[in-house]
Design a binder for this molecule. Structure first.
Ligand code: ATP
Ligand code: MG
Ligand code: MG
Ligand code: MG
Length: 576
């Protein structure tokens, strides 16, 4: 590719709404262009990255025996009514109508459609196992699309679905996928962890999330550095013994001020026994005026009951603490506050920073402050107070860093992650709902045993950038760089020698199958280098008259601090 033919549009400044580095850099590098909230153009430079992600995912899925297909983006509501998800799924499911007022959905995932295919196509146990996958556009009307491609509304997912004759076979299919996922994420060169996730009503451990380790991740993951143990926070908390902790130390003098209260204070005032209350969260909502000043803050308290019944959460307004509590459902809470009650993990922030933005929502659990959204924490609830006794922390949170690992092999540590993949054993949840059967060996109809497996194809490059960047820009792992090598000729328009050498090297790289770009735009060296460092091309070769006189080129890897001179013929050795 020649730069003059390509579309390169780098920006000096990141857009104001870009909060995380991957969003800033992908925008500045001209990889994505926002069209609406959570909706992006994949610009040529960005699409090259996405296509490389897809190619690796496709290769490994095929290797694992999955078969590619493509299911419609627009899907008739009838199938979604069969499983009840048309109603149950809530506002994340985008429902539309056609000209005849018939209901449709834009697929957020495709269990219904693939199960419909299976019940028509897979008639006998002899046709099983089967695994169908697609790499397809998804739409989820996320309440808070943000972080660029990390949490888009329209995004690309690889979703695979396995069909098996019995639970044992289904579990084997699951393991094949889990192994394929490890190969895939290894190839991307990312630091990640596979963590146990909640498998809902099905139980067991057959749900794992693949989390790229990054401070900006929206998920909290709990792991043991001495063993294999790793789980997401929900799973870790669900497994932790509820009352294993010493009784709370009574907080001392309690003088709650409106909007400022510790959980201990609240507990005392309300007469709530924290030893039977697994979690309590304080959730704060701000109303902000045009100048960004907070005109009204409301602090809410959520008490989760000790029996882990996430569907029954006590909600109360804290200001003044004259609250009449009532029970609310999870979805009511989500609806009301615009986010899930949950933790990012214990941040142990003594003085959390308030970042003001319109209708930001923060979750606070006493002095441990977390949010479903990174860096949106509210101050004031605990501001200026001495920290309560550590025992109280333990009572409020069920899992904290330093806890004994469930396998007894060490202490737990907590870090943040970005969910880039999820493997899930479904059992017969969908096949039963949709009466999807095959003829089993005994001649009787049996429900398919299913699994589903997702990878966030467009989230992945963002996660890669969160892990790999510096002050100059992106540092792509070779496997997904938009170009592997860029040739930067200096004075190509003036020097015939430089032009000839650049064209020759370009042709050689092409012939060797290297993904090369020749920057023939005639930019000044500084501007040209800045662009490619921002875009994050792993290898750069500079050709100049001066170097050519000595028979040399300059090579610089994106992580190198300086260029090295290499003989013209040796440059290939640097670009693997
Ligand atoms: P999250 O917890 O981040 O909302 P999820 O658990 O809802 O993700 P899954 O239903 O497991 O997502 O979908 C499979 C994969 O699709 C996820 O692991 C993630 O990588 C990706 N994904 C999900 N939602 C989005 C989104 N809004 N934007 C980009 N990728 C997404
Ligand atoms: Mg989600
Ligand atoms: Mg998730
Ligand atoms: Mg998931």
């Amino acid at each position: 590719m020649k730069a003059s033919q390509f579309l390169i549009s780098t920006l000096k400044e990141a857009p104001a709404d870009a909060e995380v580095v991957s969003h800033q850099l992908m925008t500045r590098a001209g990889m994505i262009k926002k069209l609406g909230a959570g909706i992006y153009n994949y610009m040529p430079m960005g699409l090259r990255v996405i296509r490389k992600v897809e190619a690796i995912v496709r290769e490994e899925m095929n290797r694992a025996g999955a078969v590619e297909c493509a299911m419609p983006v627009v899907q008739p509501a009838e199938l979604w009514q069969e499983t009840g998800r048309f109603e149950k799924m809530g506002p994340e499911l985008l429902r539309i109508q056609d000209r005849h007022a018939r209901d449709f959905v834009i697929q957020p995932t495709s269990e219904e459609v693939v199960t419909d295919i299976a019940r028509q196509e897979f008639r006998s146990y002899k046709q099983l196992p089967k695994n169908l996958y697609q790499i397809q556009t998804k739409f989820r009307d996320e309440r808070r699309p943000r972080f660029g491609l990390m949490r888009g509304r329209e995004f690309i997912m690889k979703d695979a679905y396995s069909f098996d004759r019995d639970p044992e076979a289904a579990k084997a299919s699951y393991q094949v996928m889990a192994a394929a996922y490890r190969r895939i994420f290894d190839r991307f060169g990312l630091r990640y962890r596979a963590v146990a996730a909640d498998s809902g009503a099905i139980g067991g451990d057959l749900s794992e999330e693949f989390q790229v380790i990054a401070a900006t991740g929206e998920d909290a993951i709990v792991y043991c550095p001495n063993s294999e143990y790793a789980a997401n926070m929900e799973k870790a908390e669900a497994l932790a013994p509820t009352h294993a902790r010493p009784a709370a130390t009574q907080p001392q003098t309690l003088t709650p001020t409106p909007g400022k209260a510790t959980c201990g204070e609240v507990a005392e005032l309300l007469g709530v026994d924290l030893s039977t209350t697994v979690k309590s969260l304080v959730l704060a909502t701000d109303e902000v005026n045009d100048q960004g000043e907070i005109v009204k803050s409301q602090v809410w308290l959520l008490l989760l009951r000790g029996d882990h019944d996430m569907n029954e959460i006590k909600v109360g307004k804290v200001p003044g603490l004259d609250v009449g509590f009532r029970f609310a459902t999870l979805s009511e809470i989500e609806e009301h506050f615009g986010c899930k009650p949950g933790y990012l993990g214990p941040l142990n922030m003594k003085k959390p920073v308030r970042i003001v933005a319109d209708r930001e929502v923060a979750l606070m659990a006493d002095w441990i402050c977390g949010a479903n959204q990174i860096d949106h924490h509210i101050t004031g609830v605990n501001w200026g107070r001495d920290l309560p006794e550590p025992d109280l922390v333990a009572d409020i949170r069920n899992v904290v860093a330093g806890d004994k690992s469930p396998d007894g092999k060490g202490e737990l540590a907590i870090e943040r992650g970005i969910e880039i993949g999820h493997v899930f054993y479904l059992g017969t949840k969908y096949s039963k709902a949709m009466n999807a059967t095959f003829l089993a060996e005994d001649g009787k109809p049996a429900f398919f045993e299913m699994g589903c497996y997702g990878i966030g194809v467009t989230r992945l490059p963002a996660a890669a950038i969160e892990q790999n960047h510096d002050e100059r820009g992106i540092i792509w792992p070779d496997a997904i760089a938009p170009f592997t090598v860029v040739i930067c000729p200096i004075g190509m328009d003036r020097s015939e020698e430089v032009k000839a050498a650049a064209e020759k090297l370009y042709a050689e790289f092409l012939a060797a199958g290297v993904d090369v770009l020749l920057d023939d735009r005639g930019e000044r060296p500084g501007a040209m280098f800045a662009d490619w460092e921002l875009i994050g091309v792993p290898h750069r070769v500079v050709i100049s008259d001066r170097g050519l006189k000595e028979g040399q080129l300059e090579y610089q890897g994106r992580r190198d601090t300086a260029a090295t001179k290499v003989a013209v013929g040796d440059v290939f050795a640097h670009v693997k």
